[in-house]
Design a protein around this ligand. Sequence first.
Ligand SMILES: *[C@@H]1O[C@H](CO)[C@@H](O)[C@H](O)[C@H]1NC(C)=O
Ligand SMILES: *[C@@H]1O[C@H](CO)[C@@H](O)[C@H](O)[C@H]1NC(C)=O
Length: 336
Amino acid sequence: MRSLLMMLGLCVLMLSPFPVALSELCHPQDKKALLRFKRELNNPYFLASWDPKEDCCGWYCVKCDDRNNRIFTIFLRSDQPDPNVTGQIPPSVGDLPYLRGLSLHNLPNLVGPIQPTLAKLPRLTDISISNTGISGPIPEFLAQIKTLEYIELSSNKLSGSIPSSLSQLPNLITLRLDRNKLTGPIPASFGSFKKPGLDLILSHNQLSGPIPASLGNLDLERIDLSGNNFLGDASFLFGSKKNTELVDLSRNAFSFDLSRLTFPKQTLTWLDISHNNIYGSIPTGLTQVRYFQQLNFSYNPGLKGQIPQGGRLQTFDKYSYFHTHLCGSPLPPCTK
Ligand SMILES: *[C@@H]1O[C@H](CO)[C@@H](O)[C@H](O)[C@H]1NC(C)=O
Ligand SMILES: *[C@@H]1O[C@H](CO)[C@@H](O)[C@H](O)[C@H]1NC(C)=O
């Protein structure tokens, strides 16, 4: 999924090679806010290039917009966990009115809640905070930042339930909350997301209960609910008219009849329903799905009957089908 932040690399740990600028491009208010931001993170070596004598448009880990020379992204992305960035997300981040993207990655000593001053940013489209010590709930105020398109809060220590208000974000195209300690259900309001092609990645939390049938209204691009405590029906996520690429329901307690489902033939590449209580037989329609890269039905003892022969179904080995009552290649032949 396209995202402003994915176009940026890691920020490099080096001093700026830029000489003192003759005419500084950087806006003085942005410079002031960034220097406060650095101080609030306890002046980590990571931000050594943020030297008040240099033009802030030449600093590492930030970018200025070519049109108005205002700071539009901060990306503190370290390839190794960097323990030297300590403290909370600096409140001064709210004083960069042209900020569109904020990315904080691999900073285990970045702690505390998601910073409320983010709600002051009128142009913020992308937030990515991953692999940090950030904790507390996913705040309701995110729903007030109507410009948001991309929210990634993976691999933090977030807890509590998922706010239903997030579905009010009219432009949201990616919601990744995987690998936290979130509890409770998926809000029923999530069936009313506006943008088609949403990525909904909620894996490896402690979410529970049935998932709302309203999710069937959506044409999701990717949905990953793996490694939670969900139960009941999820059949409404499927359908031949959808354009879904990835469905991962593995390691839950889903229970529904697979037999009559239809699938997006042209787009589906990833289907993992392993470790559930899904029953019935594998629909022959699956042989027409053209681009499977991953397929896993294992550990659903209620699945039975012949594995349909053809398409990509036999390109996977027996481990995609074992601990079921299925038969036929790549498992031993069915016996009557
Ligand atoms: C953390 O700080 C120490 C002391 O300044 C430095 O030697 C080390 O390289 C820093 N680690 C990272 C990952 O920047
Ligand atoms: C399917 O899942 C089972 C159980 O988790 C695992 O052992 C197997 O390797 C998986 N198959 C594929 C193709 O990933």
